[in-house]
Design a protein around this ligand. Structure first.
Ligand code: CTP
Length: 404
């Protein structure tokens, strides 16, 4: 629905993945978009303007100095009379030219003159993608406002090459474009709402170089934050140290300790929904040493006196700014439902998402999760699924409860 009547300007770069763009055009058109295309000189080596024009049903533009084109629509108007610009495939060279604001052909000139938002879908050899120069250029075009989709990992067109650099499949690109448009349109079940999510572990210092931590990867919490953003919410994610990128369209606050997480959560309130997915350390070292603790040669180990951290979920649950919907997680290795139900009451939450984190289930750090959603109404046992799907379903559940 998001694409119906949308005017999309497609900039086709010179990469082998250009053939996939023919299918992308079909998918966009199927959903009711009006697609115009500009091809770079390189792009025309891979697919012809004839096929692109046949699929878009519109004239394909290639030349900066085409007088007929200039009288017809004009290269500035081309990139202004549209709702969205999609660059696919965006080669290393095209991204470099964008990063430097070059206007050396119609495609780059149009991108420089653009008023509409730009989505860039990189596709190139994995070595070219991971090169610091390309990463610098990508960071630059992001800072200039572009949204990046991909690249995906997998086998490359060149024989024997594999890695990150593939153009994502057309349907995946279409899905991301729809998410993007939905976010900007302010529609979606959580439009106008503020959702607060905690994610990842906390690190509790022992001394300046050592700390106590846990195995939380942050994958589930980050997926929930991303899903809430896709549902149209303004999202604040308070995250402990994780090896994950900040989710698109989310305000991410980075913290280390439980005390910092509590402060960041309190600063982010009020919220309509708060989802505490972080694995907060229960204890911190009572007084972390200011200098590195040294062995004294006697073989004696230093005493590690611990003290309990504040319970963030419970503090929010019993606080004056309690969100309408408050959700906790319960990481258990036994008596999952019973322990989860106790936490629901004790922490004044509306839902506890309980999961069995025994090592044999591979939940901690893994891609999949099997959860039991506990509320005052009872327990729902969900089948095992990807963490992203768990996130989607949780957000749909909380949104419908909030909007009920
Ligand atoms: N939690 C929190 N602050 C803490 C500890 C936990 O906000 N200091 C939150 C977690 O984010 C999660 C829920 O409480 O949403 C349950 O966390 P869990 O570690 O399973 O439970 P604990 O209360 O720590 O209980 P225990 O470790 O004894 O099982």
């Amino acid at each position: 629905m998001m694409l119906k009547g949308k005017r999309i300007l497609l900039v086709i770069g010179g990469g082998i993945a250009a053939y996939k763009v023919l299918d992308l055009i079909r998918r966009l058109k199927e959903r009711g978009a009006d697609v115009r295309a500009i091809m770079t000189a390189g792009g025309q080596h891979f697919v012809t303007p004839l096929s692109v024009g046949a699929l878009t049903g519109n004239k394909v533009h290639t030349d900066l100095f085409d007088l007929a084109d200039e009288q017809d629509i004009g290269h500035i108007a081309l990139s202004r009379d549209c709702d969205l610009i999609v660059v696919a495939p965006a080669t290393a060279n095209l991204i470099a030219r964008m990063a430097h604001g070059q206007a050396d052909e119609l495609a780059t000139a149009s991108l420089l003159a653009a008023a509409a938002p730009i989505i860039v879908c990189p596709a190139m050899n994995p070595r070219m993608w991971s090169h610091p120069a390309t990463q610098r250029n990508v960071a630059q075009i992001k800072a200039d406002g572009a949204t990046i989709i991909g690249p995906a990992a997998g086998k490359m067109a060149e024989r024997g090459e594999e890695g990150v650099g593939r153009l994502p499949e057309p349907l995946e690109i279409v899905g991301k474009i729809e998410d993007f448009l939905r976010l900007r349109s302010g529609t979606g079940p959580l439009a106008g709402r503020h959702v607060l999510v905690t994610s990842g572990p906390t690190l509790e210092p022992i001394d300046p170089v050592r700390y106590i931590a846990n195995r939380s990867s942050g994958k589930q919490g980050h997926a929930i934050a991303a899903a809430a953003a896709r549902a149209g919410a303004r999202v604040t994610l308070v995250s402990g140290p994780v090896r994950l990128a900040d989710p698109e369209g989310v305000t991410t606050v980075h913290v280390e300790t439980a005390l910092e997480m509590l402060a960041a959560v309190e600063a982010a309130l009020p919220a309509d929904i708060a989802i505490m997915a972080a694995a907060v350390a229960d204890w911190r070292v009572r007084s972390a040493a200011a200098a590195k603790i040294k062995k004294d040669g006697s073989g004696a180990v230093p005493p590690l006196a611990l003290t309990e951290n504040p319970d963030i979920l419970s503090t929010v649950g019993h606080g004056s700014q309690r969100p309408k919907i408050l959700v906790g997680f319960a990481a258990e290795t036994n008596d999952v439902i019973d322990n989860g139900s106790v936490k629901l009451k004790a922490k004044a939450a509306d839902f506890i998402v309980a999961n069995d984190v025994s090592p044999e289930h591979g939940v901690m750090g893994g891609e999949r999760n099997m959860v039991h959603v506990i509320s005052r109404d009872g327990v729902d046992h969900w089948p095992q699924m990807d963490k992203t799907e768990v996130a989607e379903r949780l957000i749909a559940l909380f949104a419908s409860r909030l909007n009920a």
